[in-house]
Design a protein around this ligand. Structure first.
Ligand SMILES: Nc1ncnc2c1ncn2[C@@H]1O[C@H](COP(=O)(O)OP(=O)(O)OP(=O)(O)O)[C@@H](O)[C@H]1O
Ligand SMILES: [Mg+2]
Length: 223
């Protein structure tokens, strides 16, 4: 399996005034195309922090993030958005949808932000929403979508630009068990059928059953 992402000995220290939190402590792992990696661990163990560093949203205090063979953790703030755009699709723990925009517009706005499909963002957004099974709901506002449907909109946004790496933070939190299973199935299909590398942060036992590999975090370290 082709290795697409690697983190080497990464540490994240949050420092606010006199309070110093080591959220992630010397973690190393790899992520391959075609696989679903599950990151588990108790609340506060550093899962979201680790995922954000893998997604180049947060810079490690120490250590390296390597994407497609290139060390990206020490690139400038100007270059990182380019790396994110090229390789990373991130689905956040909270949905982060714009309430005054429809499902389609929520995807279109991300396409524009990424500088993609300037000519026909609507058509591309519809294709992405179709892909995640929301073809019938494209003109609905977030308030009229169920939790699972909102989650699918975040996946459609994460898929904009056809990234090799999909990172999803708690994708089944707030979903009923059937919808959660569907959403997880969708992520697994992306890995297996489209050769994406997928990393999921989740407490969900259903995710355990479906993951190819599991790492447990405790106090910022891999157990
Ligand atoms: N911006 C921040 N500033 C200071 N401390 C932070 C910040 N973000 C997270 N932390 C701290 O870092 C630690 C790890 O947080 P993180 O959000 O990564 O945990 P988590 O495993 O995702 O938890 P949860 O399961 O509750 O989402 C926690 O102690 C948290 O309080
Ligand atoms: Mg979290």
């Amino acid at each position: 399996m082709e290795r697409i992402l690697e983190v080497k000995d990464i540490t994240k220290v949050y420092q606010e005034g006199n309070i110093r939190v080591v959220a992630v402590d010397s973690v190393s792992l790899t992520l391959n195309r075609g696989e679903v990696l599950l990151i588990m661990g108790p609340s506060g163990s550093g899962k979201s922090t680790l995922l954000s560093m893998m997604g180049c949203i947060l810079r490690p205090t120490q250590g390296e993030v390597i994407i497609n063979g290139q060390v990206v953790s020490d690139l400038s703030e100007d270059t990182l958005p380019y790396i994110r755009r090229q390789y990373i699709g991130f689905s956040f723990q909270s949905f982060n949808l714009f309430p005054s925009l429809t499902a389609s517009e929520n995807v279109e706005v991300v396409l524009r932000l990424k500088g993609l499909n300037k000519k026909r963002p609507r058509q591309k957004a519809l294709n992405l929403l179709e892909k995640v099974g929301l073809g019938e709901r494209v003109d609905f506002y977030p308030r009229d979508l169920s939790g699972g449907e909102k989650q699918r909109v975040t996946f459609a946004r994460a898929l904009a630009g056809d990234p090799s790496i999909i990172l999803a933070d708690e994708p089944t939190a707030n979903l009923d068990s059937k919808t959660g299973r569907e959403v997880l199935g969708l992520l697994k299909d992306l890995a297996v059928e489209s050769a994406k590398a997928v990393a999921i942060v989740s407490h969900d036992p259903k995710a355990e059953a479906l993951a190819h590999r599991i790492v447990f975090l405790e106090d910022g370290r891999i157990k």
